[in-house]
Design a protein. Structure first.
Length: 278
């Protein structure tokens, strides 16, 4: 695996292969786990060359402590990527990505970026769109792979590609989970074994939605809110029922595979998100 810390060297190398080989791209913030590796695996199965980036993007954090405490394990990340057969790794400093000013651009992302994470993390999606747009400029991939665990982010990136007229296919990859159903996340490394056990309530509530679609949405939502109130060790930030593509809130179920239930919760100041498509 070739490792690049500066985009000029990565771009120079990519230019030698871009005309003859398809390029798959996986953008990460590091502290890799099996969910990230499933993205690498998907890229390798669909593309000739796989490029991964590790960059903790400062502009998508609305909480400085969250940015400061984001887990880092670069040596392990590099080892995992080598074992997966990743072809190239871009691991830059912020100045190499942003150049002069480390700040977000404003994008017309529409309603898909307004609810849920857009509401509870102001400026988050502008930061995500900015860094992904810049990384797309640097790598110029044919296909980019993102996890369905960050479902709203996946839809935002699809919107970004549309409004910027990029010829990049965006592929969503299914969520990888712990043995108790908790979605794999770099933030899980900040949790104790007991907290990981407690956090299984998130997946259990999503499964409850799956098996109770005959019930009224408001009734399901009230039941889940009460489950969290009874738990006390994990605090619910939101549970929302939305249309999959637009992320508009819904009051009644739509057709199969057009609905999504999204949850955000805190356990010991660690924020976790998850979802299910129904």
């Amino acid at each position: 695996m070739q490792i690049f810390k500066e985009k000029k060297f990565l771009q120079k190398h990519l230019k030698t292969i871009a005309k003859s080989k398809s390029i798959g791209f996986v953008a990460t913030m590091g502290s890799l786990h099996s969910g990230h590796l499933s993205l690498i695996s998907s890229s390798k199965s669909m593309c000739c060359v796989t490029v991964c980036s590790i960059f903790i993007n400062p502009t998508q954090f609305n909480d400085f402590n969250d940015y400061k405490n984001y887990p880092k394990d670069y040596n392990n990340d590099i080892s995992l990527l080598k074992n997966m057969g990743c072809d190239m790794l871009y691991i830059p400093k912020a100045k190499d990505v942003y150049e002069e000013k480390i700040e977000s651009r404003k994008y017309d992302l529409g309603k898909v970026a307004e609810n849920l994470e857009g509401k509870y993390r102001p400026g988050h999606f502008d930061g995500v769109a900015t860094v992904v747009d810049k990384l797309f400029d640097i790598v110029s991939p044919n296909i980019a792979f993102f996890g369905e665990k960050d479902l709203q982010q996946l839809q935002v990136i699809k919107k970004l590609v549309s409004i910027t007229n990029r010829k990049i296919d965006i592929v969503g990859v299914k969520t990888t989970r712990e043995s108790n159903g908790l979605a794999k996340s770099s933030r899980n490394k900040l949790l104790s074994k007991e907290e990981i056990k407690e956090a299984s309530i998130i997946f259990e509530c999503l499964e409850y939605c799956k098996h109770n679609m005959h019930l009224n949405i408001n009734k399901i939502k009230l039941h889940i809110e009460n489950q969290f109130l009874e738990n006390q060790k994990i605090q619910l930030e939101y549970i929302e029922f939305v249309e999959l593509n637009t992320f508009d809130k819904i009051q009644v179920w739509g057709e199969e595979k057009t609905n999504a239930v999204c949850i955000a919760a805190y356990i010991n100041n660690v924020r976790l998100i998850d979802n299910i498509i129904l």
